[in-house]
Design a protein around this ligand. Structure first.
Ligand code: ACO
Length: 324
């Protein structure tokens, strides 16, 4: 029986940095409001790159860090809610860009939980024995779906990509997972859908830009996501203190303060980087993991225990308990 492990981690963000003060030049907001409510100070915004370009940079880094060639990959999964197009998928574009001739590729659409859902799927592909290695990438160009007239959402998001190389291992690294969707609460976060007019059907409402009931999403994260993390730890017979780090979706620093309090752990166990990237949806957890490794907080192969958690549109939420 073969298990799965994360063997490489990388991230990439576009060069252009937009600060809160830059935003205050074009809308009725301020650095004071944005930083005190969210912790965000700046974000990277793509000038001319689509999501597949960001994901391709991550894929190239992952391969360069490893001893594998693109042709050794069995699959490529890209989690995104901002695909270049619905067809071909962003994953198919990455597959072509890096020449991964033997890999099948598809996108996973689960908003800010997308990377977690995709990583869980990748683990199953490896556990099945049919695949030996693949890439799992979260990548977003959210700046393309934001209503730049709407200060309630425009200040929150940023563009970026992060990902992992996952491969077969003789040791168990993925300990417990807990994945959830509550479509009944889906209207709390919506974005980008437009059906074309047809002579045979009624025209549907289209809501192209991202819209969010911020308070409802905040409350959902504090209540449902924390409860699921606690259940997962209890199933593993671990206390929160026994975990090395909780790498949680980077939406709001105040939210992480509350989550740390409810989990009864030091806030240092919940690293944050949304101050530099904003909320990058499916990219946020892998970018954070990549930075924690670069900073030496987390070391692959060390046996540290981590919780990875994504939560957002769907509503979706997913927890992975790993020993890294
Ligand atoms: N600048 C200045 N004022 C603003 C801004 C802004 N950018 N945005 C809103 N305001 C004003 C509002 O108009 C309102 O004014 P009013 O009282 O005169 O009406 C006031 O500030 C308070 O607005 P709220 O929306 O109530 O602010 P709140 O404290 O709830 O903070 C926030 C909003 C930051 C969005 C918070 O609710 C939040 O972080 N929610 C969670 C978001 C999240 O987790 N998303 C994750 C999933 S994303 C995904 O899946 C893609």
């Amino acid at each position: 029986m073969s298990y799965a492990k994360i063997s490489q981690v990388a991230h990439y963000v576009p060069d252009q940095v937009v600060t809160n003060n830059d935003l205050a030049q074009i809308m009725d907001t301020s650095d004071e409001w944005i930083s005190s409510r969210t912790g965000i100070k700046e974000r990277h915004i793509s000038h001319d790159q689509q999501t597949s370009a960001l994901a391709t940079e991550v894929a190239k880094k992952l391969l360069a860090q490893s001893s594998w060639q693109a042709s050794d990959l069995d699959f490529i999964l890209v989690a995104t809610i901002t695909p270049d197009s619905m067809m071909p998928s962003t994953a198919a574009r990455v597959q072509a860009n890096i020449g991964a001739s033997h890999a099948f590729a598809f996108d996973v659409t689960a908003a800010c939980s997308g990377f977690i859902f995709a990583l869980s799927t990748a683990e199953k592909l490896i556990l099945s024995g049919s695949c030996k290695r693949g890439l799992v990438i979260g990548a977003e160009v959210l700046s393309k779906v934001i209503d730049w007239q709407d200060r309630r959402t425009a200040v929150l998001f940023g563009d970026g990509a992060g990902g992992v190389l996952i491969e077969a291992s003789d040791q168990k690294h993925f300990l417990i997972e807990s994945l959830h969707t509550d479509g009944g609460r889906g209207q709390a976060l919506t974005s980008s859908y437009q059906g074309l007019a047809s002579p045979f059907s009624v025209e549907e409402d289209s809501h192209l830009s991202l819209e969010m009931d911020g308070r409802a999403v905040f409350d959902f994260a504090i209540r449902d996501v924390v409860a699921t993390i606690k259940e997962t730890l209890s199933e593993a017979d671990l206390s929160a203190e026994e975990l090395d780090y909780f790498l949680l979706h980077q939406a709001n620093d105040r939210m992480l303060d509350k989550m740390a309090r409810k989990l009864c752990v030091d806030r240092e166990k919940l690293p944050a980087n949304m101050m530099r990237y904003g909320n990058t949806s499916a990219a946020s957890v892998p970018i954070l993991l990549s930075e924690c490794i670069a900073e030496g907080k987390i070391t692959l192969g060390s046996g540290q225990k981590l919780v990875l958690a994504g939560f957002g549109g769907g509503l979706t939420w997913g927890i992975l308990l790993l020993t890294i």
